[in-house]
Design a protein around this ligand. Sequence first.
Ligand SMILES: NC(=O)c1ccc[n+]([C@@H]2O[C@H](COP(=O)([O-])OP(=O)(O)OC[C@H]3O[C@@H](n4cnc5c(N)ncnc54)[C@H](O)[C@@H]3O)[C@@H](O)[C@H]2O)c1
Length: 190
Amino acid sequence: MTEHPQRVAIVTGAARGIGAATALRLAADGLAVAVVDLEAAAAKETVGAIEAAGGRGLAVGADVSDAEQVTAAVERVAADLGAPTVLVNNAGVTRDNLLFRMTEQDWDTVMGVHLRGSFLMTRAVQQHMVEARWGRIVNLSSTSALGNRGQANYSAAKAGLQGFTKTLAIELGRFGITANAIAPGFSRAT
Ligand SMILES: NC(=O)c1ccc[n+]([C@@H]2O[C@H](COP(=O)([O-])OP(=O)(O)OC[C@H]3O[C@@H](n4cnc5c(N)ncnc54)[C@H](O)[C@@H]3O)[C@@H](O)[C@H]2O)c1
């Protein structure tokens, strides 16, 4: 029987919520999972849950909208767990407000985490996927991509992620890399 090396996944924003559930599921499926989150202490809790279930994880504190932190985080994952070939761009924030009350900071923060963060993470990880001639990228969009009152910033970012995803599929498909976006409706941890 041939032994396959363990695949390595990065899930951003996996300290809690949908990201934590995704990280746990990938670990249960046999992948080593890097939990990348702004909140390093909470990321460690997700890794604790992964390890308690017999999996392998690594907590990495990083802001996905910061290019230097992203580079350092991906290098650390590659060094400690192995080359990442699965990426879930899940980290997210909301700064909801009606348009006339929405500040530039509200706009920039949401764009920074969802769009710039997904761009930076994907750019850093794709080199490992291209080298492996295999990769899986999943971007978290939302039903709000179609428009939602009080969410001009968030809906624009989530719609933008769909164009980003399609472009990744076009550019990276030839290397055995798939890119998909999923668009959940409202959900919260029970
Ligand atoms: N919960 C929903 O109803 C819902 C619906 C549709 C889409 N989504 C999307 O799914 C994803 C997860 O949603 P959730 O509700 O689980 O979110 P959540 O708020 O529970 O968790 C988001 C995580 O992202 C982390 N994060 C925020 N900014 C970051 C940054 N700059 N760098 C690194 N980590 C950062 C936070 O620390 C947090 O752990 C988001 O992209 C969200 O927009 C959520």
